[in-house]
Design a binder for this molecule. Sequence first.
Ligand code: HEC
Ligand code: HEC
Length: 285
Amino acid sequence: MAKTYKSIALFSALLMGTGAALAGGPVDDKLVIDGEMEIQTRVAAPEGHPFDEIISGWHYRTEETRALEADSFQNPGMLYVERGEEIWNTVDGDAGKSCASCHEDAGEFLKGLGASYPKWNADAGKPFNIELQINQCREKNMQAKPYKFDAADQKALTTYIKHQSIGMPVEVDLTQGDMQAWWDKGKELYYTRTGQLNLACASCHEDYNGKYIRADHLSQGNVNGFPTYRLKQSEMVSLHNRFRGCIRDTRAEFPAAFSDDLMALEVYVTWRGSGLGVETPAVRQ
Ligand code: HEC
Ligand code: HEC
């Protein structure tokens, strides 16, 4: 009892504008990249979804941050897309192959792919995200070393692959393999309170969505822009890095990248953003 009371007090101290002072909420604006491509950043939620409307984190950012993402010449994440394309075409490993050696027409092969991950991988018996698929191809097909979590090349190649689906709606296929069971596990984790602050993902991204925590405007916590360029860190941030950061903020121990817990969360949280257009590389604070 005493512990719960203390954690509520701590959390309240973090929250600003819980009263009338800061109204918050997503801004009414449209994301149109280079004045040409409109991205779906607000869509009606599917049945059984906790929100009526699914809203991209872009709507919760300042005008300057939103403008950076809307201009691909200014978006610092585009440098990672370029670097990723170089890696795609570079031979590595004992088999003497590049990604392009086998997947010849990158434009054709990669279009829409990033929007459909995480995806069931029958051999591994678990869902794969793009990072795990890259590592599988490197090991099995290139006889190259798998990337370490958050290696610069892993982030660049993942960003490049996801960017090939820009604007396409996020859609995970829960009918494949045991995807539904992973979704269930992810949902359970999403609503489980952890850490000294005794918070669940839902505490911040559902209950306090639209409010401010320190100077941060709480969004629904969608994943359609990952990997994301974070201004605070001046670099690309992978999804599992972001998950771990959020868990650390509750003052809990965080799970390893690509662990079953984080993969289950990725399946569930990606589903929560169903229908949003891929924004990679999104720009966030
Ligand atoms: C020697 C040929 C070969 C090379 C080189 C290769 N791949 Fe693959 N790739 C495959 C095969 C075969 C599959 C399907 C079975 C599997 O997953 O291994 C595949 C599957 C994939 C998929 C999943 C496609 C889907 O439908 O979901 C992606 C993404 C991918 N590769 C990316 C890459 C990337 C990135 C690289 C470079 C790091 C790469 N591949 C290098 C042969 C290759
Ligand atoms: C203490 C509050 C808090 C908790 C608990 C929390 N987050 Fe976050 N999260 C934030 C803040 C603050 C941000 C940055 C602003 C924003 O987009 O909401 C953020 C951002 C995110 C983003 C990036 C959104 C975007 O548009 O780039 C994702 C994804 C995310 N959180 C997922 C999660 C998941 C999954 C959990 C549970 C494991 C979780 N968060 C728990 C505070 C929290």
